[in-house]
Write a protein that binds this ligand. Structure first.
Ligand SMILES: C[S@@+](CC[C@H](N)C(=O)[O-])C[C@H]1O[C@@H](n2cnc3c(N)ncnc32)[C@H](O)[C@@H]1O
Length: 215
């Protein structure tokens, strides 16, 4: 596991994600992104931007997006996506637990499918809180620990074995809602749902999507 503040290099996962990302969008990710980002405005920091799948969903009220992405392959694709975005997007290198930004310099922060992968959730969320102004908002869409005990047990087993190795440090059993609250964000709205919505739940199916206010 990478230590907080160190570079993130997951070249295998980066290649995998480039292949997976279009099928995730086809399964309905775009609708979740659109719903999440509806109403976001001002200066925004997006952390772990991947290939830039959120960029096309930022509404006109967004004045600037600073998109942080540590993986070189993904960052290059995000920079391409930024050119087609309707709002100004600058893609930069950086990691979640050491953001290249001043205190309180953003109106909002966005994380989608990222808090599962950062080496230290508390450190990442503390950084997000640092760079968002008081009263600003954290927009999140993340897969999380299952409510069902059987599935949660499977998640813990996977996290202790293969999942983080093939998934670029991804963990399935994180209690991300608790971590968001512990970091000093007050949840304003949250939905829980399965994605993808398959008959048999997958280890990374349980999702949360919502907005929290920086206290
Ligand atoms: C599953 S992908 C999601 C990409 C994108 N947010 C999306 O919704 O499509 C996880 C992303 O988190 C990034 N990531 C992993 N560890 C990170 C860290 N410590 N700091 C910032 N980003 C990180 C990965 O490089 C990758 O882009």
């Amino acid at each position: 596991m990478a230590k907080p503040g160190t570079a993130v290099e997951h070249p295998f996962f980066a290649r995998l994600w480039v292949r997976m990302a279009p099928s995730i969008e086809r399964q309905g990710a775009g609708e979740h992104r659109q719903r999440l980002l509806h109403g976001i405005s001002g200066r925004v920091v997006e952390v772990g931007a991947g290939t830039g799948s959120n960029f096309g969903h930022y509404p006109a009220g967004v004045t600037e997006v600073v998109a942080v992405e540590p993986e070189p392959r993904l960052r290059a694709l995000a920079a391409e996506a930024a050119r087609d975005a309707a709002v100004p997007v600058t893609v930069v290198d950086g990691v979640a637990d050491r953001l290249p930004a001043d205190d309180g310099s953003f109106d909002a922060a966005v994380v989608t499918l990222v808090l599962c992968s950062v080496p230290d959730q508390a450190a990442a969320l503390a950084e997000l809180r640092r760079v968002v102004r008081p009263g600003g908002r954290l927009y999140f869409w993340e897969h999380v620990r299952a409510e069902r005990r059987g599935l949660a047990r499977v998640q813990r087993l996977l996290d202790a074995t293969v999942w983080p190795r093939v998934g670029g440090g991804c963990h399935t059993a994180r209690d991300t809602m608790a971590a968001i609250a512990d970091a000093g964000f007050v949840v304003e709205r949250v939905e829980t749902f399965a994605f993808p919505d398959t008959r048999l739940p997958m280890p990374a199916s349980p999702h949360v999507l919502g907005v929290a206010v920086r206290s």
